[in-house]
Design a protein around this ligand. Structure first.
Ligand SMILES: [Fe+2]
Length: 318
């Protein structure tokens, strides 16, 4: 094994926990023991281990509940979970599979089998970690766009926060909220391909420059296409400049064909651009920006109900 794995044993039987710990420590792993459900969840939140072994099944059946909770939370979803069962326990196995367990070991432990199982699960976990950091690189690139264009400082962060607040007020689920958050950061990632002479131009863009600028959703979409974890962010990157009457770009989509998440980011993007200082205009007041959005809704560019919901989010007493 390249690096020792951090393994958390959840077992309410002290004797069996110590036995398993000795076995795993001998293979070079860093093992810690917790004895109840809350401690498992707290330990995983504080320092996520590489693997969790749960043997809380026998006394109260809590093990499945913990397993399910860990697999539901985005921050702990990728930690492999092994459930300890007794040899004949088909019922427990089925319940474990249902709760999202990655694998099972049976008592009494076969040291070699256990070691092989843990090695393979930890290896898989390390691949997932790499994928996740690849994602972080991309989010970092989103911030790079901002760094090239200091006038928009904080834009991505504000966008991520506005967009997810609006999504939350609309009752969207965690997956969509997560996409909005990441979409806020990444929506303009395609501007990487826009040269400084266009991106930083102090004044109106000519026709050619406009054309280059308008390619950024398409370029961004292509950039994100290699990462499966960005699948639900791509519609935001591609369609945040569409308008409901079909006059937007890149695809001229109409009404409900414009993905909801892209409409949301489109609205908060306009709002934030208007209310912050840019080389070619000074910051407008919140009211002026809301007026612009309402005018755009009246022209058929934006969904009126979405604009209203956004106004409620930024101005709860409107
Ligand atoms: Fe954009």
């Amino acid at each position: 094994m390249s690096a020792p794995a951090a393994i958390l044993i959840a077992d309410d039987d002290e004797f069996s926990a110590r036995f398993l710990k000795r076995l795993l420590s001998r293979e070079g792993h860093n093992v810690s023991i917790v004895s109840n459900a809350d401690d498992v969840l707290n330990a995983c939140a504080a320092t996520p281990p590489d693997l969790v072994v749960i043997d809380l099944v026998a006394p109260r059946g809590h093990g499945f509940e913990i397993c399910r909770k860990l697999k539901e939370q985005p921050s702990t979803r990728f930690i492999p979970i092994v459930i300890v069962t007794s040899q004949s326990d088909r019922q427990h196995r089925l319940a474990g599979i249902d709760a999202g367990a990655d694998d099972f070991v049976t008592k009494p432990f076969d040291a070699m089998e256990l070691d092989a199982l843990i090695k393979s699960l930890v290896k898989l976990k390390r691949y997932t970690d790499e994928l996740e950091s690849e994602d972080a690189v991309l989010l970092g690139l989103g911030a790079t766009i901002e760094a090239r264009y200091p006038a928009t400082q904080g834009h991505c962060e504000r966008l991520a926060s506005y967009a997810s607040s609006l999504g939350r007020s609309l009752g969207l689920d965690e997956t969509d909220l997560n996409a909005l958050e990441r979409g806020g950061f990444l929506h303009d990632i395609g501007k990487i391909a826009v040269p400084d002479s266009v991106l930083l131009k102090d004044g109106k863009l000519d026709q050619d420059e406009s054309r280059v600028m308008r390619e950024h959703p398409d370029v961004g979409d292509a950039l994100c296409s290699g990462l499966r974890s960005l699948n639900n962010v791509r519609p935001i990157v591609r369609h945040h400049h569409e308008r409901l009457d079909g006059s937007g770009y890149p695809d001229g989509l109409r009404s409900s064909a414009v993905p909801l998440l892209a409409q949301i980011v489109g609205i908060v993007d306009v709002y934030d651009a208007l209310t912050s200082e840019r080389p070619y205009h000074s910051a407008r007041s919140r009211n002026e920006a809301v007026n612009v959005l309402e005018t755009e809704a009246a022209k058929g560019w934006r969904d009126r109900a979405l604009v209203d919901a956004f106004v409620d989010v930024i101005e709860p007493h409107h």
